[in-house]
Ligand binder design. Structure first.
Ligand SMILES: C[S@@+](CC[C@H](N)C(=O)[O-])C[C@H]1O[C@@H](n2cnc3c(N)ncnc32)[C@H](O)[C@@H]1O
Length: 291
């Protein structure tokens, strides 16, 4: 199926494909895990939240859309950066995460709006936004060309796009250590397909340029390397809960789970020194303008 022309059409909701598998994943264990671990994840990814907020602050944007906003950390940070003249709306396919984001916004008192829906086929009012941001929320589309054509319809001409995605797995040894260690013990952990929706689906910059060619211009793709530190206690929580291995662990029998746990401990041990895991995140900062 060919995506609509992003210059003239918004992807019609009833024709745009939906992300059934990702909707199921993020509305079940993956979404619940992100809700439960949000405080730890926000500490871990704080430098990227600041990067997004700092990049949008000087733009004068008034209506920002945060794609795959999760529990809303970046939506709130961008809203705070643009207050009082600008605002930020978070959109996510996961109802548990959107509910967590709404609770959090109510607690902080920052004016934001959160929408539950699939960015690939959400019926945005045309031209509602003048900037789009995302921290790791755009790599999960079955049909990324459709998704970015739909997003083009959601923004005004000349609107900006600033999103953070992962570089290649080989450049992210911390992020891939768990799967590497667990794979020999878990036959169900099939190798990731770089073209399927998933963490590293936007690792290839040429692919990202192709996706954005329909309706976006001035695409910039810049590497950013973020030094991170995670206390050993948080690291344990991280490796036992997150990612494809974390999704599988609760369903394993006790013996296999213990073997995987031991393999994970050994794999992450080299990152720990003096009770703190230190590592670098290899990301892309992708920018573009709506044509
Ligand atoms: C890796 S998490 C990042 C969450 C958040 N941006 C953060 O940095 O904390 C990816 C997010 O994308 C959301 N997501 C996946 N597919 C989506 C889609 N088609 N439309 C909207 N959100 C989606 C997931 O529910 C999840 O919250």
């Amino acid at each position: 199926m060919t995506p609509p022309s992003a210059r003239t059409d918004q992807a019609p909701r009833n024709q745009a494909p939906s992300n059934q598998a990702q909707a199921e994943l993020w509305n079940a264990r993956a979404g619940e895990t992100w809700v439960a671990q949000q405080a730890m994840l926000d500490r871990l990814f704080l430098p990227l939240e600041e990067l997004l907020a700092d990049s949008v602050r000087p733009t004068g944007a008034r209506d920002v859309l945060d794609i795959g906003c999760g529990a809303g950390a970046t939506t709130l940070a961008v809203a705070q950066a643009l207050a009082p003249d600008g605002q930020c709306t978070g959109l996510d396919i996961s109802v548990p995460l959107i509910e967590a984001a709404r609770r959090r916004a109510a607690e902080t008192g920052v004016a934001t709006q959160f929408l539950a829906g699939d960015a690939q086929n959400y019926s945005f009012a045309r031209g509602s936004f003048d900037w789009i941001v995302s921290r790791f929320g755009v790599m999960f589309f079955d049909q990324p060309e459709w998704a970015f054509a739909n997003l083009r319809g959601a923004v005004r001409d000349g609107a900006g796009l600033t999103m953070i995605t992962w570089r290649d797995p080989a450049e992210n040894p911390f992020m891939t250590a768990g799967e590497r260690a667990a794979a020999p013990l878990l036959p169900q952990l099939t190798p990731s397909d770089p073209d399927a929706p998933g963490q590293f689906a936007f690792a290839d910059p040429d692919k990202v340029r192709r996706i954005l060619a329909n309706g976006w211009r001035e695409t910039g793709i810049k590497p950013v390397d973020i030094a991170c530190a995670l206390p050993a206690g948080d690291l344990r929580t991280y490796i036992m809960n997150m990612g494809r291995v974390g999704v599988l662990l609760p369903d394993l029998d006790d013996r296999t789970r213990a073997s995987v746990s031991a393999a994970l401990t050994a794999a992450f041990d080299p990152f720990i020194s003096n009770g703190v895991a230190r590592f670098s995140l290899a990301c892309w900062l992708v920018t573009a303008r709506a044509a």
